[in-house]
Ligand binder design. Structure first.
Ligand SMILES: Nc1ncnc2c1ncn2[C@@H]1O[C@H](COP(=O)(O)OP(=O)(O)OP(=O)(O)O)[C@@H](O)[C@H]1O
Ligand SMILES: [Mg+2]
Length: 519
């Protein structure tokens, strides 16, 4: 992130002289016996952007849900403008001006942009929905954040990035005084992220108080005036941005010295013959793709969100139908044609999808059952032994991905967003797959766990697996990939050896500023 983005806006006034708009005092939130938030106090002033960071499961989303009245705390109080809010009363929090943009998108796909923006606060006239007013309010909210999108477009037809902006427009339409954003940039490209950050600075300069959750430390330093760090539910520190460094923030988060080994690209990978081969693969949004992933190789697919990378990998492994082309998986010298998803899985493929909540997990099942799902045949045949082995196996995997808390009998739906992602990974890594396809493997995952997940992916490749990774996180793509294929408009527009790739080269190809002949 560039230097000029790093200027916090504290010089606008003397913060000490202002009174906070929102204040939480001594918040305690327990789930069963576990304490998710432990006596945390936080205050945000008008015009302030307040960063909230911490590892997966630290309690960030829970604290924000308490502030927005979605959850009632077990102890403590929330105050807006000196008035105490009724605990767990969403309506009152909204009326007081507290708007929360959730970590997981919450729009209704079948409804239009305008309908979604007004969801829950639809204007009525004499008991009828006032459609004209609805459109006007929606249009104003979109204009305020500077996003152009057709009001009548169903959400299902929008890109993930646009959905995120509609979600923000929805929060803005409620004319908030406190805007809470829970990892809003997880699905955005660098350019979209920069746009969002600028937008937030603009909103703050008009007096809005903003609470901002992110795992991306550079973003925190780009826009925040103050940062609060949570660890295991407790407040570790709350300091002005000037008193912190990226390194010190990470240390506060993890409570130890973390070696962020940024130069951990594999130096001399032992790369063998092609394992996963696509020839002329066609599908909606996928144009005639040739691609090889060799044994022991990590191939990264770069490109902008919406470039067609997810569509490409899904068509390759048969998760979506192909309209043309062929896929083969060659193991031990024997090529096998892959006609559909079942065949791909049977041939030793693991696929970790982008949409973890809908595709990757059974949220009402326990961690151990989720992990056991694709692994049954790999485990023992005797039932008694099997139960115990599965538990041991799941415990080992939970440890490998640093699941927090490491309770394998807990329902997956009760885990924090980042920890759910770790369960998806554990579920597939346990198979020791020969081919592994990962779509945004560390989205929403904290810095420490990210290092762990990268290590696991490299280990699989070291053991000879063919690895295909889609990532919009450029540093991740550069760090992991032995070879980077850049996708634009459903085509591969450039192939870069990992060692020669850098952010500029990938972005130039991804955005179409440069085209390399790959024929
Ligand atoms: N509905 C629930 N039932 C039981 N436990 C829960 C529930 N919601 C959250 N928790 C637990 O509370 C703790 C804090 O979770 P929270 O979602 O606030 O973390 P987070 O800091 O937002 O993490 P992430 O970065 O992964 O989003 C975790 O241990 C989580 O498992
Ligand atoms: Mg969260």
């Amino acid at each position: 992130m560039s230097e000029e983005l790093r200027s916090p806006s504290t010089e606008q006034g003397t913060p000490a002289a202002r009174t906070p708009i929102i204040e939480a005092r001594g918040i305690v939130k327990r789930f069963g016996g576990a304490v998710a938030v432990d006596d945390v106090s936080i205050a945000v002033e008008p015009g302030e952007i307040h960063g909230l960071v911490g590892e997966n499961g630290a309690g960030k989303s829970t604290l924000m849900r308490v502030l927005a009245g979605v959850l009632a705390p077990n102890d403590g109080s929330v105050w807006v403008d000196g008035h105490q809010l009724d605990p767990g009363n969403t309506r009152e929090a909204l009326d007081a001006g507290v708007s929360l943009v959730h970590q997981e998108l919450s729009l209704v796909p079948e409804m239009t942009v305008a309908e979604n923006i007004l969801l829950g606060s639809t204007p009525t006239r004499a008991g009828f929905i006032d459609a004209r007013r609805q459109r006007q309010v929606a249009a104003e909210a979109l204009e305020e954040i500077g996003v152009t999108v057709d009001l009548d477009e169903p959400i299902a037809r929008l890109s993930v990035a646009l959905r995120q902006f509609v979600e923000i427009a929805r929060a803005i339409a409620r004319k908030p005084r406190v805007l809470i954003l829970d990892e809003p940039t997880a699905t955005l490209t660098p350019a979209e992220t920069e746009y969002l950050l600028d937008m937030l600075k603009r909103l703050a300069s008009r007096g809005l108080a903003i609470l901002y959750i992110s795992h991306r430390i550079p973003e925190i330093f780009a826009i925040c005036d103050r940062v609060t760090v949570l660890r295991d539910g407790s407040l570790v520190t709350s300091e002005g941005i000037g008193d912190l460094t990226p390194q010190s923030v990470v240390e506060h988060m993890v409570g130890r010295d973390l070696q962020l080994d940024l130069e951990s690209r594999r130096l001399n990978p032992d790369i063998g013959e092609p394992v996963l081969s696509a020839r002329g693969v066609k599908a909606p949004g996928v144009n005639d793709i040739d691609l090889d992933v060799r044994a022991g190789e990590i191939v990264g697919l770069g490109g902008l969100v919406g470039a067609g990378r997810t569509e490409l990998v899904r068509a390759m492994i048969g998760a979506d139908p192909r309209s043309g082309g062929e896929m083969t998986i060659t193991l031990g010298g024997t090529p096998r044609r892959i006609t559909g998803y079942r065949a791909a899985i049977a041939a030793g493929t693991a696929y970790i999808p982008e949409e973890r909540r809908s595709d990757g997990l059974a949220l009402t099942m326990t961690v151990v059952d989720n992990i056991a799902l694709p692994n049954r045949s790999a485990l023992s045949r005797s039932f008694v032994l099997q139960r115990r082995r599965i538990a041991e196996f799941a415990t080992a995997l939970a440890e490998a991905v640093n699941l927090r808390p490491p309770e394998i009998e807990r329902e997956v739906g009760q885990y924090s967003g980042g920890n759910q992602q770790k369960v998806v990974l554990a579920k597939w890594l346990g198979r020791k797959p020969d081919v592994i396809v990962l779509d945004e493997p560390t989205r929403g995952v904290d810095v420490g766990a990210k290092v762990e997940i990268h290590r696991l992916i490299r280990e699989l490749a070291d053991e000879g697996a063919a690895v295909l990774v889609v990532s919009s996180d450029l540093p991740e793509l550069l760090e992991l990939s032995d070879t980077i294929h850049v996708v634009r408009d459903g085509r591969i527009v450039g192939v870069l050896p990992g060692a020669e790739a850098d952010e500029t080269a990938v972005m130039a190809l991804a955005s179409g500023q440069q085209e390399v002949d790959v024929a």
